[in-house]
Ligand binder design. Structure first.
Ligand code: CDT
Length: 311
């Protein structure tokens, strides 16, 4: 008996600074309606789906950026999305900037079940970029200024009949992200991303290289942990800043099942049989039989590279 999850990777085109939450929610609902029409029962939206990618903007007074953050979820702006999902019986995941009652700031994503309840939360662990304004860069990437690193680890949840985990953007470049979830048997990783199409510190690294690194990371993570990965972009040009796009779904063999080739709002719907994760998990990546943890100590003992262990 296959265990099919029909997932919609719901890419958002650019969101300009001036666009309201209500406008964006309207776009997200339109994508949800389209995904439902195509048979999806689980829709995944990008990182920071409700706003422009605001960490590109430097603000001396951090509190002046709080208007980009959500103090409650759902709130009056997002409630219509939750209502529509519940009406359609659609599970969903999306990213947003979270401001907690204690005044903490996180880059967050959630899993919402088909009856509209938030059943899981993830806070981005690997924050890229820098804290202070850096005039040597072609553009700013201030996630380390506006967010603190996630404090919830990489759990995996029983969701939609399978084992589902979340990651956010830069997390997808780190093998540790997938392996921690792989060690919990993850069958589908969902993640959103906003990737500038030029490296701010190396202008020669443009769109083609950025998409190459994106696919390389996601395909390797999927294969090495025998899991599906659903990676959803915010794409196109936001106030003069171009984001890569490259929304895709990868199977447990590391192969791309589908990919969007445009930079607009759009859905990619793929039926994923979670039992396809079994073969890899029971053979080449049967962790219990093949891993040699006695040799992996440095992974958690060291953060940065240090002295070689050999002579
Ligand atoms: N949003 C996000 O994490 N973007 C990063 C950009 C890296 S360059 C600072 C990414 O990994 O795509």
């Amino acid at each position: 008996m296959p265990r099919i999850v029909t997932v919609a990777a719901a890419q958002l085109g650019p969101i300009q600074k001036a666009e309201s939450r209500a406008d964006v929610i309207g776009r997200m609902i339109a994508l949800m309606n389209e995904a439902h029409g195509k048979g999806a029962t689980f829709i995944v939206y990008p990182e920071l789906a409700l706003t422009t990618f605001f960490p590109r903007w430097y603000e001396e007074d951090r509190a002046a950026m709080d208007h980009w953050f959500e103090r409650a979820m759902p709130d009056s702006a997002t409630q219509p999305l939750f209502d529509r999902a519940k009406a359609l019986g659609m599970a969903m995941s999306f990213g947003y900037a979270e401001l907690t009652p204690e005044g903490r700031h996180f880059n967050t994503s959630i899993l919402v079940n088909r009856t509209g309840e938030i059943v899981a939360k993830y806070r981005k662990v690997h924050l890229p970029g820098h804290v202070d304004y850096d005039g040597t860069r072609s553009h700013q990437h201030l996630e380390k200024r506006y967010f603190e690193p996630g404090d919830l680890g990489f759990p995996v949840w029983n969701f939609e009949g399978g084992l589902v985990g979340m990651a956010i953007c830069n997390d997808r470049r780190w093998p540790e992200t997938y392996r921690v979830m792989g060690l919990q048997g993850v069958e589908m990783v969902v993640l959103g991303f906003n990737t500038p199409s030029v490296n701010s510190q190396r202008s020669g690294e443009g769109l083609a290289d950025r998409l190459f690194h994106h696919r390389l990371s996601v395909q390797a993570g999927a294969y090495q942990n025998s899991t599906f990965v659903v990676a959803v972009a915010k794409a196109g040009t936001e106030d003069g800043h171009h984001l890569t796009g490259g929304t895709l779904v990868v199977d447990p063999n590391g192969k791309i099942l589908g990919e969007l080739d445009h930079e607009n709002d759009g859905v990619l719907v793929v039926a994923c049989d979670l039992d396809d994760t079994r073969f890899g998990k029971e053979t080449i990546f049967d962790f219990a039989r093949h891993r040699r943890v006695e040799h992996y100590g440095l992974i958690t003992e060291r953060t940065g590279a240090g002295a070689p262990l050999g002579r």
